[in-house]
Design a protein around this ligand. Structure first.
Ligand code: ADP
Ligand code: MG
Length: 386
């Protein structure tokens, strides 16, 4: 069911929209965070992988200062802007993502004049797979090459993050862009959010007869934004009371002492972050020593910690996780910010139909609307495809 990106069809669509061939086509993937949730803004560890769904952009530079942008998504037609008058008022809707990247690069002194740009993405939007970072990273890769700026992948990560923070206005970290830009096929990206140092960790699911199913519950509970802000505030309070720069600096062995210093709720929030950082480290170690079939319990423990200590799960996510586990999953957890969105389940490839059917039946039986369920596999990061 995965629609793979075709450079030829993206080029053809560009040519029919703009009347000439593009200078090139670049792609950048969405991502799934395997483990390490809410650890990013605590300067801790995350372990995402790039998925086999990506945004593709075809770009041709122009000799004037006009930018024309078109996406295959929706029916929105060509958006035309003058780059010399680019402002937060003219970077609106979906164009905030590509124009935001161009705006940040120009702020950094990279010379970018007018261009025509066509976008086609196979990353579903709003499913927690980071369709937004896929666009940013594809666009950043394109202009990095076309402008001759030759920024490093780590610098492009920060370009994408700035576009998302300063232009789109979403307070996100570096997880999504790091996965999209740094990943390689069959690997996850182990990322230290304090130092931005990353290591590729083998995650060859297919070789182990495994796959990861994403269950997009399609629910977004109303308290998601407030809940996210409240969790960040609890983490900051915890770090302040414990006298550390960030919760990353609290070791699992320090938790007993922390319990005596924090109120009960803040302690539970802190315990999630501290144990989750350790689970990321443990997952990296187990992937290296035993392979992906052995990480299931860590994934499931991560879910329990988010459900009970961080309290960011919801009935739909718990049902997806519990049903997957009862039907052959080796491990399962909610992924993303919480209060809705997606769960992931690590399953033997042979169990795919059974898990899918069981989750669909469980949702119907609980009166929840039908989720979207699809398999993803680790894929390469951003690159030029034509
Ligand atoms: P996520 O990144 O989790 O998918 P976001 O809300 O961060 O969700 O980003 C989704 C937004 O990205 C959409 O509302 C839209 O503005 C933009 N977007 C994603 N895919 C496309 C696309 N193919 N064409 C145009 N805009 C897109
Ligand atoms: Mg996003």
């Amino acid at each position: 069911m995965t629609e793979s990106l075709s450079a030829a069809s993206i080029s053809a669509a560009f040519e029919s929209a703009f009347g000439h061939a593009p200078d090139g086509v670049w792609s950048a993937p969405g991502r799934v965070n395997l483990i390490g949730e809410h650890t990013d803004y605590n300067e801790g560890f995350v372990l995402p992988f790039a998925i086999d769904r990506a945004a593709g952009v075809a770009v041709r530079l122009r000799t004037d200062s006009t930018a024309r942008l078109l996406s295959s998504y929706g029916n929105q037609g060509v958006v035309t802007v003058d780059l010399d008058t680019l402002s937060h008022d003219t970077m609106t809707g979906w164009t905030a993502y590509p124009l935001g990247v161009v705006w940040v690069l120009r702020q950094m002194g990279v010379k970018i004049g007018g261009f025509d740009l066509y976008l086609h993405s196979t990353v579903p939007t709003g499913a927690g797979l980071s369709s937004s970072a896929a666009i940013e990273c594809a666009v950043a890769s394109a202009f990095n090459e076309l402008s001759g700026a030759a920024l490093s992948a780590n610098e492009l990560v920060l370009v994408g993050q700035r576009a998302e923070n300063e232009v789109v206005g979403a307070p996100t970290g570096i997880l999504d862009q790091s996965a999209s830009l740094l990943a390689t096929d069959g690997h996850a990206v182990f990322l230290d959010c304090r130092t931005q140092e990353s290591t590729l960790v083998p995650l060859d699911l297919a070789a182990s007869g495994l796959l990861i199913l994403v269950v997009d519950t399609k629910v977004s509970h109303a308290h998601a934004t407030g809940g996210y802000a409240a969790r960040r505030a609890s983490c900051e309070l915890g770090a302040e009371v414990l006298g550390v720069a960030a919760l990353r600096d609290v070791a699992a062995a320090d938790l007993a002492e922390a319990a005596g210093l924090l109120d009960a709720e803040t302690y539970r929030r802190v315990r999630h972050i501290v144990t989750e950082d350790q689970r990321v480290l443990d997952t990296v170690a187990v992937l290296g020593s035993e392979g992906p079939a052995a990480i299931g319990e860590l994934l499931t423990a991560s879910h329990a910690s988010m459900r009970d200590d961080f309290e960011i799960s919801c009935p739909e996510l718990d049902l997806a996780v519990d049903t997957a586990l009862a039907n052959g999953a080796l491990g399962a957890r909610m992924t993303g910010g919480g209060f809705g969105g997606s769960a992931i389940a690590l399953i033997p490839a042979a169990a795919e139909t059974a898990v899918r059917d069981a989750v669909m039946a469980a949702f119907a039986g609980s009166g929840f609307s039908a989720p979207d369920i699809f398999a993803v596999s680790p894929a390469p990061g951003a690159r030029r495809i034509a």
